[in-house]
Write a protein that binds this ligand. Structure first.
Ligand code: PXL
Length: 278
């Protein structure tokens, strides 16, 4: 079986990070190992306040040491929300220990949305995450995250030329294939655009735009994308499956709009995902 290890927090309530990655990647027929970076009572996004946060930074090196002794191997290393700047350094070491010629690294640089950093993050953390991105084969920032990492102003009105320029600059950070998510040219569509810097080519996938912010959709996209590449899908195909499934989850959540601030109803769509990757 294909094996992915996902390194991100577990938010006990609120559907994101590991409570998304585990079911989504597993549904794709892929074994999913996890390293929880922190345990939070809820995610830190809008709608929740007073959440608890247990930092698991010091557990990560011990887990990695144990796994090294066992000579565990993974087809993909996939990171999302990290709980502290130190964790970025520890994960960087994890990449050195578990990255091989035959596997690939996905960094979803979870930093913020809608032009703002998430609670508790600062520019020091942005720098650490940017450095981590240099070690990845794929990075999956949204426009907010890309803008913070590149030190350019966040804009909501942009065109394809702008997106291609952002992607080329992201590749210059050191990552092979940056993928910009949540791309919206205000033409009724939303999707993702990727830049394959080895072949100097762009590719993209779009679906219809639904004009609401749904929490956790970035994690759904990143999990499906990682799974699809692990299953051997080409970049264009992986983008298409990820965009289509994310849109399925959004559409399934529309009848439950009172719940969108804490997560999307991805559970209702897992059957479709299984079909997409058959
Ligand atoms: O969905 C990204 C995410 C993951 N983990 C935590 C978060 C967020 C976004 O707000 O707060 C704890």
């Amino acid at each position: 079986m294909k094996k992915v290890v996902s390194i991100q927090d577990i938010s006990c309530f609120g559907k994101c990070s590991l409570t998304v990655a585990l079911p989504v990647i597993s549904a794709m027929g892929i074994e999913t190992a996890v390293i929880p970076t922190a345990v939070l009572s809820t995610h830190t996004g809008e709608g929740f306040s007073g959440y608890t946060f247990r930092d698991l930074t010091s557990d990560i090196p011990a887990i990695a040491e144990h796994w090294k002794k066992m000579e565990l191997r993974f087809d993909a290393l996939y990171t999302g929300y990290l709980g502290s700047p130190q964790q970025a350094d520890i994960v960087s070491q994890f990449f050195d220990d578990f990255g091989t010629r035959d596997n690939f690294i996905v960094v979803d640089p979870v930093l913020g949305d809608a032009g703002r950093l998430y609670a508790g993050f600062n520019t020091d953390f942005v720098q650490k995450m940017t450095r981590l991105c240099a070690k990845a084969d794929f990075i999956l920032p949204n426009m907010t995250e890309a803008s913070f990492m590149l030190g350019v102003p966040y804009v909501e009105d942009y065109n394809e030329v702008y997106v291609h320029d952002i992607l080329r600059r992201l590749a210059q950070l050191g990552c092979k294939t940056p993928v910009l998510t949540g791309v919206n040219f205000n033409d009724g569509r939303q999707g993702a655009v990727a830049y394959d810097s080895i072949n100097d080519t762009f590719c993209e996938a779009f679906g219809r735009n639904v004009d609401h912010r749904f929490h956790g959709t970035g994690d759904i996209f990143a999990s499906v994308f990682t799974g699809a590449v692990a299953l051997g899908k080409e970049l264009g195909q992986a983008l298409e499956i990820s965009v289509n499934f994310t849109l399925d989850c959004i559409e399934a959540t529309i009848p439950h709009l009172d719940e969108i601030w804490y997560g999307s109803c991805f559970e209702l769509c897992l059957g479709k995902l299984i079909e997409y990757v058959k």
